[in-house]
Every structure is written in C-alpha cells, then in structure tokens.
Design a protein around this ligand. Structure first.
Ligand code: HT7
Ligand code: ZN
Length: 874
C-alpha cells in the first residue's frame, strides 16, 4: 500500500466552486448525481478525483458533453480527467450499495436507515471528488427516497425545498451556506422520530435543536438535549463563539465506527453518546454524553469554520477541540476531578501508545491509512499541548489568541503553525519552540535533581529532558507549576535568584517555571530548611516526571499540598512503591507486604472528612494495571497481577471496618431519585469504591447482591456487578442472567453485559469469551458489540488475554482477521491490542509475536490492519 507524506503536500490545482448532489436512495443501488462547477487555479493540469473501488461509474459529462472511455483514466482509487477549459461543469453519475457497506464509511445502512460517515476519506465511497480537506465548496443536496422507507430526509445546512413525487416517493433539498470540505458532508434518511427544543444565541437568534432517534429511544434524549444547550451556552460565555445556522441536528445510530461526527449542522452520533436514562446508563455514560455532545458542538468553530489544510494537521482541530471539551466538563462538574481523570486516561492509553511501535508525533509525518491516526496521541496528547499554550499565556492570553485565530482564519483550511502564529501575535511573544512538541514522538521524561545548601540557604533544581532513554533531540518548552513545603506541610516562600527570575512567573494557576533547555537549572534563595518539592502541579505538562521523592515527602504532599493533582499523585506514588516492592518479592519468591507509608496515607484519606468525595474515591484507587505495567521495560504479567491483587485485598482486609462504615453511611444517604449532579456522582463514586474493596472479601458478597437487587440506577447496578465479577460464584451468574433478561432489548445495556464478562479475570475467561462470540446477541457488524467483547477482552482481561498458553492471543488474532473482512477500521483498532509484545517477558513475548505474524501473513489484509501489524512487527 501507498504511504503518504507531509513533506509531499501540494496545494490543489482546482477549485470546486459548488457541488450539487442528488441521491436516489435505494438499499442496494443508490444513484448519486454529482454536479460540480470547477475552476482551474493555474495552468492546465489533469484533474485527479478520488474514488473508491466500491463505486460503480455510470457516466461523466463535461459541460454537458458525455465523455467516452478514452477521454478519462479510471483505476481502483481515482478518476483522472483532462479538462478542455479552465472553468467547466462536471456531472458524474455513480452507483453505490449502502446495504452491503459493512465498512460503515461512505453511505451505509444501520437498522434500515441510511447514514454517512465521510471523515477521513469516506466521501470517495460516495462519488468521485477531490477528497481532501483543503478543497472547500458550497454544497446543495437533494435526496429522493421512498416515503414509507424514509420518512425523514436530512443533510447539512438549511432545508430549502421539499415535496412529494410520483410512485410514493418524496424529496428534500438542503443547502449549506458555509463552504466546507467533503469530510463534513452528511446525509441521513429513514424512519426516525425527533425530540425538539430551541436555543437563543447571544445575538438573539433562535436555533432549532433536533435530536433524531429510533422511536423506541425517544425517552432517552433529555440528557443529550440538555448537554447540547449547555455546550452552546458555555461556548458563548467562555470562548465568545455562537452557533451560525438556524438548525442543529443530531442523529443517533447503533452502527458507528467511532464516538460521533461533527458534520456541519448534522452531527451523526454513536447512540452510546446520545441515549441515556438513569435506569440504563451510568454516571460515566452521562458524563461521556455531555462531553461528546460538547466536543462535536465545539468543532463547529474549531474544525468546521476553520478546518485542516491536510490530515497531518489533524491535531489542529482535534487537540484543540478535546482541550475545549475538557474545559467544558471541568466547568460543568469539578475541575480537580476532571484533571485527574484526564491524566489517568492519558497515562493508561496514550503513554503506552507513545512507547510502542505505533508511536508518532502529534503531527504525524506519514500514514498509510489515515483512519489509523485518530489516536490518543493526536487527540489527548494534542489537547495537552494546547493546554501548554493555556498554561503559558493564561486564560486571557489564550482567549486573545483564539480570537485572533478565528479572525485571521475563518473559512480557511490551515495548519498548526497558523494556530501558533495567532497565539504568539495576540500575546506578542515568541512561541516557536512549541513546534518541538508537534514533531517528536514519545513521552518526554523530565528528570529533576535537587541540591540544597544549608549554609547559603539556596536550592538548585536541575531539570533534564530525555526521550526513550536518550537526551531529547529538540528541547521542549515545559511549563512546570510548582511549590515548596516544609515537613509540616506549610507552604514556603519562593524567591528565585537573579539568574532564575525571568524563568519563573506567578500565574493564575500558581508559580510557574519554564524549562526551555535540555538541561536547565533554577535557583531559589532564602530557604531555611531543605524544602519538599511539589512539582508539576495540575499536571502542567504531558511528561513523565522523574523525581525521587522520599516516602516522608510523598506522605506530606499527599495530605497537605494545595494542589489536588499533586495530592492524588503522591498517594498513587506511594501505592506504586508498594506494588513494585511486591513485584520484586514475587520474583524472589518472598511473601508480599503492605508498606506502612501507603497504609498510613490510605488511612489519612479514608478518615479525611473535609475532602471532596470524588477526590477521595480517586485517591483510594490503586494505580491501574496498565499504568503499573508501563513502569517496566520488561513486563512480568504474573508478578504484576499478583502484586496488584494482593494489595487490593490487603487494603480490604486492613480497612474492612472503616470501608463498611463508609459504604453504609453513603448508601443510607443516597437520594432515592437519580440526579446527574456533581455531589450525587461523587457520593456514588466513593460508595462504589468501598463496595469494590469490600467484595474482595467473599464474606461481603451479599452486600453486592443486595445493591444489585435494590438499586434502579445503572451506576449502582453495574458497580455491584463489577464488584462481583472476579469471583465465579453462583450469585454472580444469577445476577448476570437476571440482568440479561431484564435488558435484552437494549443494545447499549447488552454491550455492558458483554463487557462485564469479557473483563472477568478468571481461568474461565477465555472459554467464556469464545462462547460469547456464538451468543445470538453477538454480531460482527456492530462496532460497539465488537469493542465490548473483543476490545474489552484484549485491553482489560489481563488473565484471559495474556493466558500463558498463548491461546488468548491466537483467539484475538483470528477474530481480527474475521472482523477485517467486514470492517477494517475496527479490525485495525483490535490489532493494535498486540502493540506491547516487545515489552512482555517470555514466553508471552514470543507467543504474542506469533499471533501478530499470523495476522500479517493472511491474504487480502486491509491497508488499515496491514499498517498496524507491519509497524508492530518492526
Ligand atoms: N472528527 C471525528 C473523527 C472520525 C470519525 C468519526 C466517526 C467515524 C469515523 C471517524 N473517523 C474519524 C470525530 C471527532 O473527533 O469528533
Ligand atoms: Zn473531534
């Protein structure tokens, strides 16, 4: 397959002034008439239009003249024309087969409804076109369909005409007043019902808000609608950005490759990110909906009005929009809790990616299949890099930069340099060094050495930057929010020396030092005692901090730091010390132990009555197994799991009484009626953390069963099932069966049922998961179902997937090959679950390698899976 390189970028030689699309919808043979007005930008050049092999070309007319076969060149990826004039009209007629389109890219059918997905390169599965983001055009779309089959006909922009046609057909014409790249095109048609509301913008314009769903889901749209209204309000208040069309439509579909898609005026969503009611969705689901609705809405400015010049700039819209959705959620719920959750997400998902064979800079330099680069790196690390601008410039400076970005580039397809330029110019600063964050892969390690001189009362902090064990090639600008503390936990004054003064500033988030060199030293004076260091407050940069704090230092920080992130981080570090100690003990066949430092820190948190309950719950959690294994160059899975399981159980035994008391108090205080509200969420979070520990002790199993039976909100019901999940007890099986019977008709809940079993860490896990692939409710056609069974098994079932025989790997490899035939995009995601093979200790390393080789040697591999496995094997 062909590899595409950023360095080869060339601007388009043709402009598509306007495009009028007519769709005659039919399940197996939809006709698409694509009428374009085209203009050459320079001299005469062949016009290359992208088109997928799934298209059937019917006819081409240039200025109304039918072209003959010898007038053009057609292959499986493109159509080349040789225009006779500089400005001309083209009419291309193609046929597509939505019903057989299992890739879920282009035009496809889901539960009998038509829908499209064009990002990144799906428009070429609809018609021949310049399928690249820097070709912006005015779109008009006419949809013709059977009235009974497709009551609703939707596309981007405003409805300008509709009516009946002979033979029980009808039509609608939509016009989008904003020029856009074709990846933002959307069409939806089918028998959908609508939930409606309105929003009045700051300019006093009324916008109609419409959420389209299947009739059976009408009762699950309220939260999504509220989330949309909150997003619109928030973007006006915080960013000064208002919506620009008269209607904003959201459609929920069950078969969708990702979370949602920001098509102009017509977002298409995975139903997981729209549908919720307390009985069937958890707090986590509610939060996910709020943030994804926000994310897609925020794209209207950061992505749609200003789009990307090419796909190498993807982080320009995604990093920025994730940053915006993170800030939105932080403002809606709790900023401190949100920050910790985002850091956990980054460390569990992005750090491993950055340390593995698919590592790439947030601006990748090349790709074979663009869909493979919608990654945690481009999205989440990209958002962290945008956050760096925010930390450096402050809220006001950042907003000035945003204003300038929008003023300068509205209506254009631009680059990450353009964004940086706007930020720099608006604040009159030089931000050129920020570019180094965009072009270097890997998680930077920031090593800190402290030297304190008790005579001069001076402290020197030396920061050194490393990547993959070597010095960073191009020095990064790393903002470090920090503070000093004495042994009692009292903050100490920060007095930079003269040479350090200009590198340290007081910001709205606290004291900030800017590391700009590969080795950068900072000096502070007037410190009567050697201070404890509170570093990287608020997780001010996406780095791995290499500072060897003592246990005493961590204990003081854990209970006294003014920054919630550092408090949480310090207790996590104490837990990590304990977990690692037991790995050594496992390897030396010595008994495990629980360290006093962790025990005391845990006790202090558990007994703290001042702390926010959600923060308390986060502090009480052990570091996740993925992050724990990230600490090792060679991963001994048995040792890691044994150490993790031991500590979890030891905590439960040690604090049994207190956990029980806390659980009971929270259970008693829980409001009978579910509210999606910060305090209630925190209450449930802590209660269920206690429950999870308690069920480590089999004698408390009945508390889990009781919670399952007595509660009617999904947060508590699912938490009970999760807490029971590790023990193969008959009560667990009964509850699971009851759950299935109750929710059989709700796909999103049945996804949870599959995921629960896929994540159960037992000797039976692999057999159970194999059996579940034969379950009548399992289907290879729905990405959510594949993710909940196969994805969860590969990502979270450490015992089953990493089974010592290698059978877990073989099983997943076979499944990847099956899925690849139907949906390469999802297959490639599943294939990336093998990415850590090089770090596994034998025999797993060889066994996993063999499984990847097995995939790689298959015939007719998609380019999606080919790219992942070939890079993984390198
Ligand atoms: N911009 C979208 C990215 C996307 C996508 C969405 C659905 C299906 C396939 C897709 N490929 C790429 C989603 C977002 O970031 O908002
Ligand atoms: Zn996005």
């Amino acid at each position: 397959p062909q590899e595409h390189f950023l360095k080869d970028y060339q601007s388009p030689q043709y402009e598509i002034k306007s495009v009028y699309l007519t769709f005659y919808l039919s399940p197996n043979k939809t006709q698409v008439i694509n009428h374009m007005v085209v203009e050459a930008k320079g001299g005469k050049a062949p016009l290359l239009l992208d088109g997928d092999k799934s298209l059937t070309l019917v006819s081409i007319k240039e200025n109304n003249q039918l072209l003959l076969k010898e007038d053009y060149e057609l292959n499986s990826e493109s159509l080349t024309l040789f225009p006779k004039s500089n400005q001309f009209e083209l009419e291309i007629v193609t046929e597509v087969d939505p019903e057989s389109n299992t890739y879920l890219e282009g035009l496809y059918r889901t539960n009998g409804n038509y829908c499209t997905q064009c990002e990144a390169e799906g428009f070429r599965r609809i018609t021949y076109y310049m399928d690249r983001p820097d070709v912006l055009s005015s779109f008009t779309t006419k949809i013709v369909a059977d009235k009974a089959e497709s009551k609703v006909l939707l596309s981007n922009g405003n409805l300008i005409e509709s009516g009946d046609l002979p033979n029980n057909q009808h039509y609608a014409v939509w016009e989008d007043p904003y020029k856009k790249p074709c990846y933002l095109f959307a069409l939806v048609a089918g028998n959908l019902e609508v939930v409606e509301d309105t929003f009045v913008t700051q300019e006093n314009r009324e916008v109609a808000l419409k959420i389209y769903v299947e009739a059976r889901n009408l009762d699950k749209c309220e939260h999504a609608m509220q989330s949309l209204k909150k997003s619109m309000q928030w973007d006006e208040e915080r960013f000064g950005l208002a919506y620009d069309l008269d209607v904003y439509m959201i459609v929920a579909v069950d078969d969708f490759n990702m979370g949602a898609m920001e098509n102009k005026g017509l977002n298409v969503f995975n139903s997981k990110y729209v549908l919720a009611k307390p009985e069937s969705a958890t707090d986590h689901d509610f939060e996910g909906i709020e943030s994804v609705i926000g994310h897609e809405y925020f794209h209207n400015w950061t992505g749609n009005r200003i789009t990307c010049r090419d796909w190498f700039q993807l982080t320009l819209k995604e990093g920025l929009t994730v940053f915006r959705d993170q800030e939105f959620t932080a403002d809606m719920l709790s900023p401190d809790v949100k920050r910790i959750e985002d850091v956990k997400r980054l460390r569990n998902n992005q750090f491993p990616e950055d340390a593995g064979p698919m590592a790439h800079p947030i601006q990748p330099q090349s790709y074979i299949e663009m869909n493979n680069f919608y990654t945690m790196t481009v999205y989440e690390k990209g958002a962290e890099v945008v956050r760096l601008y925010h930390t450096l410039l402050g809220e006001k400076g950042f907003q000035q930069g945003m204003k300038r970005y929008i003023e300068c580039f509205d209506g254009q397809a631009v680059t990450i340099q353009d964004f940086r330029q706007a930020m720099a110019e608006a604040n009159d600063v030089n931000l050129n060094q920020m570019h180094h964050w965009y072009i270097q892969p890997g998680t930077p390690h920031l090593k800190v050495t402290k030297t304190y001189n008790p005579i001069t009362k001076c402290l020197a902090l030396k920061f050194s930057q490393f990547l993959n064990g070597k010095q960073v090639h191009l020095p990064l600008l790393i903002p470090v929010l920090f503070g000093f503390m004495d042994e009692e936990g009292t903050a100490l004054p920060i007095k930079p020396s003269i040479s350090t003064k200009n590198k340290v500033t007081q910001t709205e988030k606290g004291m900030l030092l800017k590391v700009t060199q590969l080795n950068d030293t900072f000096e502070f004076m007037g410190l009567e005692t050697e201070p404890y260091l509170s570093l990287l407050r608020h997780f001010s940069a996406p780095v791995s901090l290499d500072y060897k704090a003592t246990e005493e230092e961590l204990m003081v920080l854990a209970s006294h730091d003014s920054d919630s992130f550092v408090r949480w981080e310090s207790i996590q570090k104490l837990a990590m010390l304990n977990l690692k100690e037991n790995v050594i003990r496992f390897e030396n066949s010595e008994p495990f132990l629980i360290l006093d430092s962790y025990l005391n820190a845990f006790k202090a948190v558990l007994e703290d009555n001042e702390i926010d309950l959600a923060l308390k719950s986060l502090a009480m959690a052990l570091p996740d197994v993925i992050y724990f294994s990230e600490q090792y160059e060679e991963v001994n899975m048995d040792a890691i799991l044994a150490s993790h399981n031991f500590l979890k159980k030891a905590i439960a035994e040690f604090f049994e009484e207190s956990l029980l008391e806390t659980y009971q108090a929270l259970e008693a205080s829980e409001k009978p009626k579910y509210r999606y509200h910060k305090e209630d969420i925190a209450n449930r979070m802590l209660k269920n953390r206690c429950l999870n520990y308690l069920l480590q002790l089999p004698k408390h199993f009945d508390i889990g069963v009781a919670q399952y039976q007595n509660h009617h909100n999904m947060t508590d019901v699912l938490a009970a099932l999760e807490a029971m999940n590790h023990l193969a007890r008959v009560e667990r099986a009964q509850c699971l069966e009851d759950f299935y019977q109750r929710w059989q008709s709700d796909n999103l809940v049945i996804d949870k049922w599959f995921a629960l079993q896929a994540s159960a860490q037992s000797d039976q896990a692999l057999e159970d998961v194999k059996k579940l692939t034969k379950h009548p409710d399992f289907t290879y056609h729905t990405p959510n179902r594949l993710r909940s069974l196969l994805g969860v098994f590969g990502r979270l079932n450490f015992a089953g997937f990493h089974d010592k025989t290698g059978e877990g790997y073989q099983f997943l490899a076979e499944e990847v090959l099956k899925v690849d035939k139907l949906n390469p995009q999802v297959a490639a995601r599943l294939a990336s679950l093998f990415s850590q093979w090089q770090r596994l200790a034998e025999p797993r390393k060889t066994l996993m390698y063999k499984a990847i080789e097995h995939i790689a040697s298959a015939e007719d591999l998609s380019k999606d899976v080919f790219e992942i496995v070939s890079k993984t094997l390198k």
